[in-house]
Design a protein around this ligand. Structure first.
Ligand code: GDP
Length: 369
C-alpha cells in the first residue's frame, strides 16, 4: 500500500540508516594537502626539451601530457617543445597499423614490436582511438594490452589522447611522434581501429600503412571501406596458424586478386598481401623486411620525402581549420545564436542555409568590432 509522502519517509526499514552518525572523511586531508604541495612545478619548455634529448622517458611522458592539455599556457609550452624538438626528428620509420577490434592488433604489435626491438630499433607505440572521443571508453590503449612489450626498456607506449575532436586528437598524436623521435625512438607504430575516420588521420602521419584483416568471415572486406584498402601499403591476414592456415591462404589470394583492380599508388609501390601469425611468429620477419624495402624504394624515388612534406602542409591546414572551428564554436554570441537558429530550423521557421549565414554573420560582426 502506498503511504502518504510524509509518512513514507518516517517508515522504518531494516535498511534504514541512523541519522546523526557522520561518515569519516574518505581522504586523509593532511596527506592529500602534502602530496598536492609536493607536486612538482611545471618545467620550462627548455627543461622538457633537454629531458627529451637526454632520452628521459619520464620527461617525455610529461611533455606529451603538456601537448595533450587544452590549457592555453600548456598549449604555448607544448608548441615551444615541438618547435625545439623538430630539428632532431625525421630519421625514423613511421608505421600505421589498423584493423577492426579483434583482428589481433595488440597481439601483433606485441610480437612484431619485440621482433623490431630485437633487431636493434627503439620503438614508440602510439594510438588514435576514436571511441575515447565519443564515450570516454577506449578500444585501444587498455592497460592490460601489450604487457610484455611495455616492460621492454627500448619501448615507449602511449595510449590515445582522449579529449577533443578526432582532428585534435590526431594532431596531438602527430606532435607526440616528433617528441618520441627527438627522444631517440627511431620506429613508430601508430595504431588505430579500422571502423571510422581515424585511418585517414593515421595515414596522413605515417610512411607505411599496414591493414590487418581476418580470413574467411564471409564478407572478406569485413566492413572495411574501399578507401581504407586503397590506403594500405600491405594487407596482412592475421591468425594464420593451426586450422586457420588454409583459410588465410585463400583470403590472401582473394585479396591479391582484388588489389589488381585498385588504381596504382603514387609511391610506385605495389601493395602486398601476406598472411601472418602473432602466435607462431609467422611472417614477422617478412613484414619488417617489406617495410624496410618500401622505405629504401621510396627514399630512392623521393616519394618518402615528398609524402612527409605533403603531410606537413596537410597538418598546417588541418590545424588552422581546427582552431578556426574551436574559436567559432566557443564564441559566446555564436553559442547563443546557435541555440536559437537550431530551434528555428527544427520548427521549419527558416532554412538551414539562412540559419547558418545568420550565425556566421553574428560571428563576423563580433570579430569586426
Ligand atoms: P585487437 O582487438 O585487434 O587488439 O585484437 P587482440 O590482439 O586483442 O586479439 C583478439 C583475439 O585474437 C585474442 O583472443 C587473441 O588471443 C587472438 N589472437 C591474436 N593474434 C592471434 C594469432 O596470431 N593467432 C591466433 N590463433 N589468435 C590470435
Amino acid at each position: 500500500m502506498d503511504l502518504p509522502k510524509d509518512k513514507k519517509s518516517k517508515k522504518k526499514s531494516v535498511l534504514s540508516v541512523s541519522s546523526g552518525v557522520q561518515q569519516p572523511p574518505s581522504v586523509n586531508r593532511e596527506a592529500f594537502e602534502l602530496t598536492r604541495k609536493k607536486k612538482k612545478k611545471q618545467l620550462t619548455a627548455e627543461e622538457y626539451v633537454n629531458g627529451i634529448l637526454n632520452h628521459d622517458p619520464v620527461i617525455l611522458s610529461q611533455a606529451i601530457t603538456i601537448i595533450e592539455s587544452s590549457r592555453p599556457d600548456h598549449q604555448k609550452t607544448g608548441q615551444e617543445i615541438v618547435e625545439k624538438c623538430l630539428p632532431y626528428c625525421g630519421d625514423s620509420v613511421r608505421l600505421g597499423i589498423t584493423g577492426i577490434p579483434g583482428v589481433g592488433k595488440s597481439t601483433f604489435i606485441e610480437e612484431f614490436g619485440f621482433y623490431v626491438t630485437s633487431a636493434g630499433r627503439k620503438l614508440a607505440v602510439l594510438a588514435i582511438d576514436p571511441s575515447s572521443e565519443r564515450s570516454g571508453g577506449s578500444i585501444l590503449g587498455d592497460k592490460t594490452r601489450m604487457e610484455k612489450l611495455s616492460s621492454d626498456p627500448n619501448v615507449f607506449i602511449r595510449p590515445s589522447p582522449s579529449a577533443g575532436s578526432l582532428g585534435g586528437v590526431a594532431r596531438k598524436t602527430r606532435e607526440t611522434i616528433f617528441l618520441c623521435e627527438a627522444a631517440g625512438f627511431d620506429t613508430l607504430f601508430i595504431e588505430t581501429v579500422g571502423v571510422g575516420q581515424s585511418e585517414t588521420a593515421v595515414h596522413s602521419m605515417v610512411d607505411f600503412f599496414l591493414l590487418l584483416m581476418l580470413a574467411g568471415s564471409g564478407d572478406e572486406l569485413q566492413g572495411i571501406k574501399r578507401g581504407i584498402i586503397e590506403m594500405a601499403d600491405a594487407i596482412a591476414i592475421t591468425k594464420a596458424d593451426g586450422d586457420n592456415i588454409k583459410k588465410s591462404e585463400r583470403a590472401k589470394i582473394d585479396f591479391r586478386n582484388a588489389l589488381h583492380f585498385y588504381p596504382p599508388t603514387e609511391s610506385g609501390w605495389m601493395p602486398r598481401v601476406l598472411t601472418c601469425s602473432a602466435v607462431t611468429h609467422t611472417s614477422l620477419k617478412e613484414i619488417w623486411e617489406m617495410v624496410q624495402e618500401y622505405i629504401e624504394m621510396t627514399l630512392a624515388n623521393s616519394w618518402f620525402q615528398t609524402n612527409r612534406k605533403r603531410q606537413s602542409t596537410y597538418w598546417m591546414y588541418k590545424t588552422i581549420e581546427e582552431n578556426l572551428k574551436d574559436h567559432f564554436y566557443q564564441n559566446p554570441s555564436v553559442k547563443k545564436k546557435l541555440i536559437k537558429m537550431e530551434d528555428d530550423v527544427l520548427l521549419d521557421k527558416t532554412s538551414s542555409f539562412k540559419a547558418a549565414y545568420q550565425v556566421l554573420e553574428e560571428y563576423f560582426k563580433k570579430k569586426g568590432k
